[in-house]
Design a protein around this ligand. Structure first.
Ligand code: SF4
Ligand code: SF4
Length: 313
C-alpha cells in the first residue's frame, strides 16, 4: 500500500466517524513555535497556568512522546450544537462547555479510527492526543495546512470557522504532508475590537491574565476589585472572539454528534436556576461536562461576580 492510499484510508475512516477534516504534518522540531511559546510564557501571559510551563520542553518535539514518530495526523471535529441556552437566560456558558467533555468522546473516536485503519493497512505505532498530552496542537494544525492561526488565537478553517475540536494521531507512518494555508484574516480586526477586556494584545496573542475564559475556568481564588469587572455575562469561558468572526458567522456548522448536544440543564436553566444552584444539583446536572473543572464553588463565584458587575439595562 502506498502512503497516498494509507492516507485515503485514514480520511475515509475519519469522515465516517464525523471528523470534518484530516491533514498531515511531517515530524520536525517546532523550533519557531517553541520560541513563540517561550516568549509568551516569559511575558507571564499564561497567568496561573503553571502546567503550560512544565510541559514546554515536551511540547517542542513530539518524538519525546513517540520516539519513532514520522507524521502528525491532525483532525478537526465540529462541536456547535443545534440548540443552546434558552431565551431569557442571561448567564452565558461557552459552547464547548455546554456539552459532554470532548476529551473522552474524541479519544474513543480516535481509537476506533486507528482500529479501522489497522484492519486495512496493518499495525503501526501511534500515540493519540486530545488536548491532553503536551502537544502544540495549533502549530501542528497550521503546519499540516488544516487551517490558519487567526488573530483571535484560534485555528480557523475556510468553510468551517473555528467551532471545532483539534486532535492528533502521532504515528511512525510516513504519510504525505499537507500544504500550509495562507492567512485569511486579512485586514479584519473584529475579534480584537470585540474583546471586552482587550485580551488580544497582538495578532494571535491572547494574554490569559486579561481573558475571561482564563478567569472563569482556571482561577481558583476569589476575585477582587482589582479584577476587571467587564466580563459581560460569561460565567464559564467566553466565545465572543469566535462569535464575531465572519468565518463563523458565515460558515460555522453544527455537529450531528449526539454527545455534542447541550446537557438538559444548559438547555433548561434560566437565571434563577443558575443563582440557586446547590452542590447536589451541580454534581448531577453537569456530570461529565467541562463545567466540573470550575467546581461548584468556582461556578458560584463566577455567577456572583457577573451578577454584581452586570451592566444595568
Ligand atoms: S475569549 Fe473572550 S476575553 Fe478571551 S480573548 Fe476572546 S473575547 Fe477576549
Ligand atoms: S474576527 Fe477577523 S481577525 Fe479575528 S480571527 Fe476572525 S477573521 Fe481573523
Amino acid at each position: 500500500m502506498t502512503p497516498e492510499e494509507a492516507l485515503d484510508c485514514f480520511r475515509k475512516a475519519a469522515d465516517d466517524l464525523g471528523f470534518s477534516a484530516l491533514e498531515v504534518a511531517p515530524v520536525e522540531p517546532l523550533d519557531k513555535e517553541a520560541e513563540f511559546l517561550h516568549a509568551w510564557l516569559q511575558a507571564g501571559m499564561h497567568a496561573g497556568m503553571d502546567y503550560m510551563e512544565r510541559h514546554a520542553r515536551l511540547r517542542a518535539d513530539v518524538r519525546r512522546l513517540l520516539p519513532s514518530a514520522r507524521s502528525v495526523i491532525v483532525l478537526t471535529h465540529p462541536y456547535l450544537a443545534r440548540s443552546g441556552q434558552p431565551e431569557g437566560c442571561t448567564y452565558k456558558v461557552a459552547r464547548y462547555a455546554q456539552i459532554k467533555d470532548y476529551h473522552k468522546v474524541l479519544k474513543k473516536k480516535l481509537k476506533r479510527l486507528v482500529r479501522t485503519v489497522q484492519e486495512v493497512i496493518g499495525p503501526f505505532e501511534y500515540r493519540l492526543a486530545v488536548d491532553s498530552a503536551p502537544v502544540m496542537e495549533k502549530a501542528w494544525a497550521v503546519r499540516a495546512g488544516i487551517g490558519w492561526a487567526g488573530k483571535n488565537g484560534n485555528l480557523l478553517r475556510p468553510r468551517e470557522g473555528s467551532f471545532f475540536f483539534l486532535s492528533e494521531i502521532i504515528t511512525n507512518l510516513e504519510l504525505p504532508g499537507g500544504t500550509p494555508m495562507r492567512d485569511l484574516c486579512g485586514t479584519c480586526r473584529r475579534c480584537i475590537e470585540a474583546c471586552p477586556t482587550d485580551a488580544i494584545v497582538a495578532d494571535g496573542v491572547v494574554d490569559a491574565r486579561k481573558c475571561i475564559a482564563y478567569h472563569t475556568i482556571e482561577r481558583k481564588d476569589e476575585f477582587s476589585e482589582e479584577d476587571t469587572p467587564v466580563w459581560d455575562d460569561w460565567i464559564f469561558g467566553c466565545d465572543i472572539c469566535q462569535e464575531v468572526c465572519p468565518w463563523n458567522i458565515k460558515f460555522a456548522r453544527s455537529s450531528d454528534e449526539p454527545r455534542f448536544q447541550p446537557v438538559p440543564a444548559v438547555r433548561r436553566f434560566r437565571d434563577e436556576d443558575w443563582e440557586s444552584l446547590t452542590p447536589e444539583i451541580f454534581d448531577e446536572a453537569f456530570a461529565g461536562t467541562p463545567l466540573k473543572r470550575a467546581k461548584y464553588e468556582g461556578l458560584m463565584r463566577n455567577i456572583r461576580w457577573v451578577k454584581k458587575h452586570r451592566k444595568k439595562p
